[in-house]
Ligand binder design. Structure first.
Ligand SMILES: Cc1ncc(COP(=O)(O)O)c(C=O)c1O
Length: 346
């Protein structure tokens, strides 16, 4: 099957930079960013901090590096971080936090849209006792990848913030797709970060920039995160060339995420009508869909043969992600191909 005929719904990380991004890369003013001399990076960091309602920001290579640098900055060796049982940092970051930050991850169950039960958080926070690790930080994820792109509301973010404040613990937000959450709720992203001490978000997913994420927080916190970034080899030099498309992403790609959400809904409604697939379209809140099916591997293989690419959350749960580069027509086409695949297998 030729590449043009493939509908790639594996992830929003497959997005390609827009023509405006490529122009911005070519024209970017650059300097040595480790010395704080790259004007394009400085501009991006100021923009991102402003959008998150935080004092400062530091540009990092990836979402994984964003989470790792934040946990290095929040914690001492031997500390504990509370994370959701389905958290990205727990499942998909190569065990980097325990391996490189010497921080133990302790889980609290995520509910179906990714929220953590605040009573469970409270019960998990360690008391003062020489035997115990110190609970340093609570990590939340919004939107929530493994929980089918679930969106935590402003109120839910406030609930986590309030329990953390009560116990003198920090909150870190893995906001890889924070703008998807903001668009889904119709609120500025800064409303979702009011109660967190640090947030990292990605330019390289639905915002379609080729690379990069950013960490935001107070001046003091960001200085620590900057040092942690250097420690893990993330101090980059003339990176204005990659900061420039990230600026274009912030200027032009946020509002259009609504289109990805509409397409995800349309896809979910269509899939829900097909035999053997289980998905509740009412629960689809952003650009990620989790579909339950009896034999995921065979289903994925047959879809691939039909030119529809997906990824898997597990042997019986398949992920579809809508993004820039997938149109409404593509979604209708994909649905037709899925229907045909199921009919052929029957
Ligand atoms: C919720 C979440 N956090 C963090 C990351 C890590 O981002 P990266 O792939 O840039 O390391 C991802 C990547 O998909 C993600 O979905």
């Amino acid at each position: 099957m030729s590449n043009e005929n493939i509908i790639d719904l594996r992830s929003d990380t497959v997005t390609k930079p827009t023509p405006a991004m490529r122009e911005a890369m070519a024209a970017a003013e650059v300097g040595d960013d480790v010395h704080g001399e790259d004007p394009t990076v400085l501009r991006l960091e100021a923009m991102a901090a402003g959008l998150m309602g935080k004092e400062a920001a530091v540009f990092v290579a990836s979402g994984t590096m964003g989470n790792l640098t934040c946990l290095l900055a929040h914690c001492e060796r031997g500390d504990e971080a509370i994370v959701g049982s389905e958290a990205h940092v727990l499942h998909y970051e190569a065990g980097g936090v325990p391996a490189l930050a010497s921080v133990q991850l302790r889980t609290v169950p995520n509910d179906s849209h990714g929220m953590l039960d605040v009573v469970a958080i409270e019960e998990t926070i360690r008391g003062k006792n020489v035997h115990f690790p110190r609970t340093a930080v609570i990590c939340v994820e919004n939107t929530h990848n493994r929980c089918g792109g679930g969106v935590l509301t402003v109120e839910e973010m406030a609930q986590v913030g309030s329990v953390a404040r009560e116990y003198g613990i920090r909150v870190h937000l893995d906001g890889a797709r924070i703008f998807n959450a903001a668009i889904a709720l119709g609120v500025p992203a800064a409303k979702l970060t009011e109660h967190v001490d640090s947030v990292t978000f990605c330019f390289s997913k639905g915002l379609a920039a080729p690379v990069g994420s950013i960490v935001c927080g107070t001046e003091e916190f960001v200085a620590k995160a900057r040092r942690a970034r250097k420690m893990v080899g993330g101090g980059m030099r003339q990176v204005g060339v990659i900061a420039a498309p990230a600026i274009v992403a912030l200027e032009t790609m946020i509002d259009r995420l609504a289109e990805d959400h509409e397409n995800a809904k349309l896809l979910a409604e269509g899939l829900a009508r097909l035999p053997g697939l289980r998905i509740d379209p009412e629960r689809v809140q952003s650009n990620i869909l989790a579909v339950d099916v009896h034999d995921g591997q065979t289903f994925q293989r047959k879809l691939r043969d039909a030119g529809v690419l997906t990824s898997a959350f597990g042997p019986r749960r398949i992920r579809f992600v809508t993004h820039y580069g997938v149109t409404r027509d593509d979604i209708e086409d994909a649905l037709e191909r899925v229907r045909h695949t199921i009919e052929e297998a029957a």
